[in-house]
Design a protein around this ligand. Structure first.
Ligand SMILES: [Zn+2]
Ligand SMILES: [Zn+2]
Length: 393
């Protein structure tokens, strides 16, 4: 089959590779109809995520048709149309039983590497480095799905197009859990750093959860324009305005009640002093993550407010203003999304017409054009906000 393979920093290519097969009785194989490029794929592309190997197949936002199932798979049959979550979970361990699927204890075969880096291993993820399982991703014609009874959800309503349900695989639940994690109360003002795809879904989710005002911070004009047009969000362009000063103006000095860092480890800090130090430290290996957005959120958030971090961080960052965090009484919640807990309730919101996630798609493309898609998405050219690849059409 054809697959998009990681070749090294800033290099991907479409290659012929062997088709995936059933390796365990709990596996299924899916023929991919749609797969998206995610902002977190860019951390792999940029070489930020450790333990990538040449030839690894990327892609964790996948859907398609079941073409083969292992002997013990009960919930799926050949021909089913499914969306596959990016988190691989067993459904039985201590964490899965509590609904904390991204903390699953059993699905990362390379847990020891992750334990050394993080103290404990999170769940295995599709297409996301060897430290997180070394599972092949779905930017390919076919995908092996382990624990197939636990992850994929069936889409039985044929009137829903792929683009309406595909983002149940990651960015819609991720935006939703990000909003839930900052305990929004009705009437709150929510500030969201990063108007990329997760940020856009965080805006819509914050509104569903009762936010009165949502303020989005970015410097990519078409992203700010989309947040304003698709969700009536207020916007701050950090190239034009000082973010802290502007947020204080907009909230009469109190600060936003809730803050969401939908940027993560590759923040573009503009010309700030801490941003320059981060750049030097990450380039020389003294730190791995640029935590500019998190620092800014801690400083701007109102006293006793809360901060949610869906943005991906990979290692260590420094100069986090812990004094401000403690003295202001902030609550911080983070985490990879507990996907399996969100997919069905959010599918219902799509079916009920509360949201149509296809608003985010700007660039549908064949798989062969995926390298071009990565470049456009990374460099934000041609107003590219979200690329959807079609490997089998
Ligand atoms: Zn993703
Ligand atoms: Zn588990």
């Amino acid at each position: 089959m054809k697959a998009l393979c990681w070749q090294g920093k800033n290099s991907v290519s479409v290659e012929q590779v062997p088709d995936p097969t059933i390796l365990d009785p709990k596996d299924a194989v899916i023929k991919i109809t749609s797969t998206a490029i995610c902002g977190s794929d860019l951390h792999l592309y940029d070489g930020y995520q450790p333990t990538m190997k040449k030839g690894d197949i990327l892609g964790h936002e996948n859907m398609g048709e079941v073409v083969e199932i292992g002997k013990s798979v009960k919930n799926l049959k050949v021909g089913d149309r499914v969306v596959v979550p990016f988190v691989i979970a067993c459904g039985h361990c201590f964490f899965c039983q509590k609904g904390l699927f991204s903390c699953c204890d059993t699905t990362n075969p390379n847990a020891e590497i992750a334990r050394k880096a993080m103290g404990h291993s999170p769940a295995g993820l599709f297409g996301f480095s060897h430290m997180l399982g070394g599972f092949s991703g779905g930017q390919a014609q076919f995908l092996r799905v382990p624990y197939a009874d636990v992850g994929p959800i069936k889409i039985e309503d044929d009137s829903l197009r792929d683009e309406q349900v595909l983002f149940l695989s990651d960015i819609f639940p991720t935006g939703y859990m990000a909003a839930e994690n900052c305990d929004i109360e009705s009437g709150d003002t929510v500030a969201i750093w990063g108007a990329g795809p997760v940020g856009q879904f965080a805006v819509k989710s914050a509104q569903m959860l009762g936010a009165e005002r949502v303020i989005v911070i970015d410097n990519v004009l078409e992203r700010l324009a989309l947040a304003a047009s698709a969700s009536h969000a207020e916007t701050i362009n950090f190239d034009k305005d000082d973010v802290y000063d502007r947020l204080m103006e907009m909230t009469k000095g109190r600060g936003p009640d809730r803050c969401i860092d939908a940027v993560g480890c590759e923040a573009h800090p503009g010309a700030t002093v801490d941003g320059v130090i981060d750049a030097v430290k990450t380039t020389t290996g003294l730190a791995t993550d640029r935590v500019h957005v998190l620092r800014q959120a801690i400083m701007a958030c109102r006293k006793a407010g809360s901060i949610s971090i869906p943005g991906v961080y990979v290692g260590a960052g420094d100069k986090i203003p812990i004094g401000a965090m403690m003295n202001k009484g902030l609550t911080i919640k983070t985490g990879q999304t507990h996907m399996q807990a969100y997919m069905r309730p959010l599918l219902k919101k799509i079916q009920d017409g509360e949201i149509d996630p296809s608003f985010i798609v700007t660039h549908p493309m064949p798989l062969d054009d995926a390298p071009k898609g990565y470049e456009m998405f990374k460099n934000k050219t041609d107003n590219c906000i979200k690329v959807v690849l079609k490997p089998n059409s």
